[in-house]
Design a binder for this molecule. Structure first.
Ligand SMILES: [Zn+2]
Length: 354
C-alpha cells in the first residue's frame, strides 16, 4: 500500500480518566483504582482507533502527562519554574527546571507502546519527545556540580535509549515531537537556536543505522493546546530548510492549517531529503469542524503535485490533546477526523492509481 497514513499521537482523555488522575495526584485515589480507570481508557481508545480503519494506531497518550514531560514522571531534582511556552490565546504552559544532576529519564516511552500492544493486533506507532525540548530543562544560570556539557551528554544517551527501546520492542515507527523547532524562531530569528536544536537531535539520530532511521520520524507543528498555537505566525519558510537537515527517515509536517499550502509544498519539494517519506497534515485538530473525506482527498492530491506518491504519506497536523488535561476537542470529534483522514487518503490513492 502506498500513501501510508498515521496519527500523530494524542487523543483527548475520557473525563473519568482526567478526574482519576487529579484525584490520584491529590492522594485521594489508590494505584489499583487508577489502574482500572486507565485500563478502560486504553481499551476504549484502541477499540475506537480500530473502528476508524487506521492502519497504524497509538495508545492515544492516555497515560502520558504530556508529550514533553513523560520522561520526568517520577523524577526528582526538578523545580517548577522552568521555560514558559506562551500560546496565541494568552494561556501558557511551563516546563520544570533541573535542580541537580545526573539527568536520567524516570519513564521511557516503551511502556506506553507495550500497554497499547496488549489491546490491539494492529501496528502501533510511538511518539517520543525530541532531546532539544528537554534541553530546555537546564537552567540558564547553570548548575554548580553539573556542567551543561555533561547534561547534554546524559540527555543524548537517554534520548537514544528512549527511541531504541521502542524500535527494539517493535514499534511501527518512532516519532520525535519537535514542536519547539518553529517556536525557537520566535525566540531567536537568527536561527541560531534552531540550528543548535537540529545539531543536538542529529547527535541522537546519528547513533542509529540508516535502516533504523527509516522507522524514525520527526514531527513539526506550531503547537496545539486548548485550541490555540504558539508559533503559527512564524513563517514556515524560515523553518523547513533547517528542519530537513535532521537525519530522520520520515517527516510528519503540519500543513492543513497553513494559510498558503501550495507555497509550503513548494518549499518541501525543494528541501526534503531525497530518500525521506513526507507525511503531510490533512486534518486540522484545532478546527472544530470535521473535514469531509473529499476535502482530505483534495488535500492529498494537491500534495501529490509536489511530492512523488511513493514518498508521500498523510497524518493529522498535530495530536488532539498533547497535554493530558486539554479537553478542547471531544473524543468523538477526534475519531471522526481520523476516520475522514483514512477514508480521504484511500480516495486519493484510487484517483492516483497507487
Ligand atoms: Zn504537534
Amino acid at each position: 500500500m502506498t500513501i501510508p497514513t498515521e496519527p500523530i499521537g494524542s487523543i483527548p482523555r475520557p473525563a473519568e480518566l482526567i478526574g482519576a488522575l487529579s484525584e490520584f495526584a491529590a492522594g485521594r485515589l489508590g494505584q489499583a483504582e487508577l489502574d482500572a480507570v486507565t485500563e478502560r481508557a486504553l481499551a476504549d481508545t484502541l477499540t475506537r482507533f480500530e473502528h476508524t480503519g487506521s492502519p497504524v494506531v497509538t495508545d492515544g497518550e492516555q497515560t502520558k502527562s504530556s508529550f514533553a514531560t513523560y520522561p520526568l514522571d517520577g523524577a526528582t531534582s526538578l523545580g517548577s519554574d522552568g521555560a514558559v511556552i506562551p500560546f496565541a490565546d494568552g494561556h501558557s504552559r511551563q516546563l520544570p527546571v533541573l535542580t541537580g544532576g545526573p539527568f536520567r529519564y524516570a519513564s521511557f516511552a516503551e511502556k506506553y507502546f507495550q500497554e497499547a500492544g496488549r489491546h490491539t493486533a494492529l501496528p502501533v506507532k510511538q511518539a517520543v519527545i525530541a532531546p532539544s525540548a528537554l534541553s530546555l530543562l537546564y537552567p540558564s544560570d547553570g548548575l554548580a556540580d553539573y556542567p551543561r556539557e555533561q547534561f547534554i551528554a546524559d540527555l543524548v544517551d537517554q534520548s537514544e535509549a528512549d527511541i531504541r527501546r521502542c524500535l527494539d520492542a517493535g514499534a511501527a515507527s518512532v516519532q520525535l515531537d519537535f514542536t519547539e523547532g518553529r517556536l525557537s524562531l520566535k525566540l531567536d530569528p537568527s536561527r541560531g537556536l534552531l540550528r543548535s536544536f537540529v545539531d543536538l537531535n542529529n547527535q541522537v539520530l546519528d547513533r542509529f543505522s540508516a535502516q533504523e532511521r527509516e522507522r524514525i520520524g520527526v514531527h513539526t507543528c506550531p503547537g496545539g493546546d486548548q485550541d490555540s498555537t504558539h508559533s503559527l505566525d512564524v513563517d514556515y519558510a524560515e523553518l523547513l530548510p533547517d528542519l530537513f537537515g535532521l537525519h530522520a527517515g520520515r517527516f510528519y509536517l503540519q500543513l492543513a492549517s497553513e494559510p498558503d499550502r501550495r507555497r509550503v509544498l513548494q518549499i518541501i519539494r525543494e528541501h526534503a531529503p531525497a530518500g525521506a517519506q513526507v507525511f503531510v497534515g490533512v486534518i486540522d485538530p484545532i478546527d472544530p469542524r470535521v473535514e469531509t473525506p473529499e476535502e482530505v482527498r483534495d488535500r492529498v492530491l494537491e500534495a501529490a503535485e509536489f511530492i512523488p506518491a511513493d514518498r508521500l504519506g498523510t497524518c493529522d497536523d498535530c495530536g488532539f490533546s498533547p497535554f493530558a488535561d486539554d479537553t478542547s476537542t471531544s473524543r468523538d470529534t477526534a475519531f471522526a477526523k481520523i476516520a475522514a483522514r483514512v477514508e480521504g487518503t484511500a480516495l486519493a490513492r484510487a484517483v492516483l492509481g497507487v
